[in-house]
Design a protein around this ligand. Structure first.
Ligand code: HXC
Length: 257
């Protein structure tokens, strides 16, 4: 059986990490499989959102320590590029990506979740960046994305102490946007994906691009980028569909892909 399961519910794709013997630790072949699954999802014209989740008690328990242990500086540099590129792929995908964190999201697992657009967690989820306790630091964007998500001070605390936090603390820190029961995690993730999916796909994609652009731009550059994207959306059929439906007082607008 594959280490990454792919299923589709209406307009939502679901990738389930399925390497339970190591709590979904990221070894080289597994990272490649996730990358291939993302590429497959990206090519599906029917999809409007993607959910990433893990099987069993783990989302991803980090990079595979057993595989990393024997590597030297040169080989780990190439190896970690796989993780970095995977996370960059998630961050720049046209589809909105939801991490449904079902259990451990540690090290490289949290780094991957940080590259997703939205994170929701089950009440039993545990998150952290334990790398400094292993004698290293994050290698796939964790030192860069965590401060951007929760702020520098809180990120430094978590990274320097290697402390593991629970879902409620993650919620307080803004690391996840909601916490739900373990039983309802997928239902909630699907509901969220569907509520995104009913909106105009090009507009959602455009919002994703504008938010990402603005993260590293001045307010002036960001607003200009946004205004240009706003202009371009007026060349789409979706703008006529969405605004026309409001004027005609129609409910249940259906946007085409
Ligand atoms: C390799 C791992 C693993 C990992 C778990 N396993 N995490 N193998 N790499 N990251 C394996 C265990 O060795 C064990 O295999 C099996 O999964 C079950 O794990 P247990 O430890 O027995 O389970 P439990 O007692 O429930 O503890 C769960 C846990 C613990 C708290 C998540 O496994 C743990 O601390 N794992 C390591 C977490 C971590 O440090 N992650 C960061 C890695 S560094 P066996 O064969 O013994 O049954 C990193 C850098 C990123 O991510 C760089 C990106 C490029």
């Amino acid at each position: 059986m594959s280490d990454v399961l792919y299923e589709k519910r209406n307009h939502t794709g679901i990738l389930t990490f399925n390497r339970p013997s190591s709590l979904n630790a990221l070894c080289e072949s597994f990272m490649k499989e996730i990358r291939d699954a993302l590429e497959k999802a990206e090519k599906d014209p029917e999809l409007r959102a993607l959910i990433l989740t893990g099987c069993g008690k783990s989302f991803i328990a980090g990079a595979d320590i057993k595989e990393m242990y024997a590597k030297d500086a040169d080989s780990i540099f190439a190896w970690s590029a796989l993780g970095s590129e995977l996370n960059m792929k998630i961050e720049t995908m046209k589809l909105p990506v939801i991490a449904a964190i079902n259990g451990y999201a540690l090290g490289g697992g949290l780094e991957l979740a940080l590259a997703c657009d939205i994170r929701i967690a089950s009440e039993n989820a545990k998150m952290g960046l334990p790398e400094t306790s292993l004698g290293v630091i994050c290698g796939a964007g964790g030192t860069q994305r965590l401060p951007r998500v929760i702020g520098e001070s809180a990120a430094k605390e978590l990274i320097y102490t290697a402390r593991r936090i629970d879902a409620q603390e993650a919620l307080r820190l803004g690391l996840v946007s909601r916490v739900v029961s373990a039983e309802s995690l997928m239902e909630e993730a699907l509901r969220l994906a569907e509520s995104i999916g009913k909106n105009a796909p090009i507009a959602v994609r455009s919002a994703k691009e504008a938010i990402r652009f603005g993260r590293d731009a001045s307010i002036e550059e960001g607003c200009l980028f946004e205004r240009e994207a706003f202009r371009v959306l007026f060349e789409t059929e979706d703008q006529k569909t969405g605004m026309g439906a409001f004027i005609r007082k129609e409910k249940n607008v259906v946007f085409r892909n």
